[in-house]
Design a protein around this ligand. Structure first.
Ligand code: ZN
Length: 85
């Protein structure tokens, strides 16, 4: 009787693990898909100097006077700092 109970618990644990794997699989496929379709769905930030929008991963982040600013390039950040001197 005890053996049967242990077997049943084991079966239940295996069932839970399989369910977990099955639930994770489509999510993993989805995240891989996002990587191949690159910047789609990525957060865009505005360049404080030339006002173009760039993906946050490619933006040059600078903290000026306690405020966060994003720039498309180093040149833009330098121009912005010089302009606001
Ligand atoms: Zn710019």
């Amino acid at each position: 009787m005890l053996r049967f109970l242990i077997f049943f618990v084991l079966l239940y644990v295996i069932y839970k693990i399989i369910r977990m794997i099955r639930q994770e699989k489509p999510f993993a496929v989805r995240s891989n898909h996002n990587k191949t379709t690159s910047a789609l769905g990525e957060e865009l930030v505005e360049d404080s100097y030339c006002h173009t929008y760039i993906p946050i991963s490619q933006a040059c982040r600078k903290e000026i006077a306690g405020k966060e600013h994003y720039f498309c390039s180093k040149e833009c950040s330098e121009k912005y700092i010089n302009k606001n001197k």
